[in-house]
Design a protein around this ligand. Sequence first.
Ligand code: PEP
Length: 246
Amino acid sequence: MRRPIVIGNWKMNGDYAANRELLSGLVEQWTGVHQAEVAVCPPFVYLAQAAELLENTNIGFGSQDISKQASGAYTGEVSGPMLSDVGCRYALVGHSERREYHGETSQLVAEKFQAALDNGLIPVLCVGESLEDREAGKTFDVVGAQLLAVIEHCGLAGVAKGIIAYEPIWAIGTGKTATPEMAQDVHSYIREVMGPEGDSVRILYGGSVKPDSAEGLFGQKDIDGALVGGASLNADDFVAICRAAE
Ligand code: PEP
């Protein structure tokens, strides 16, 4: 039985006042016992604020990235021990915006995945194809290669300790969502690549998920929740997506 999970990726958005309003809206609307696990990933500088406002709630938080190094002369980096120290439960790794704008290779992503595991964090591995890849019929090749790089470095059992997020690049922030069937095909392929661990690993869909598209996606048997960007900045929309996951 895989517990559904919805994670909000705030990207580079927010400030103290806006975060306070958003988090208090979430806390108010997400009380009691829930089947779905819920978390948000604010920018690094606001993790301590999230720790304070989410204390004793059933909403977790995580980082949007993690250094592969544990400490030392790595200006601008934030390490796994620091993220654990501030109370993070999750760390996103390999988001397409990091691969594209910061030149992150699959090898580096694999090392970051391991760094998260080494520090008791749950890594959320983002994989996904570009529009060009999809149109060339290379979706499985691209997603498979991104996943295999991490399997080779961390082992199947290591990857299974994390969460995988299938995020087609052409659907991120564009308003174009993959159809539930398109997403299901790739999720099912990911389970196949995960072999014996395929049944237990949680696989999220990400890419313009909104309250009205969430239900159809979550109705697919291999979709265990969502990684949500834009819609996670609005408490009502995010909570509606979380409810759809239950
Ligand atoms: C994301 O950044 O992971 C994402 C899925 O963004 P959006 O929901 O805005 O497409």
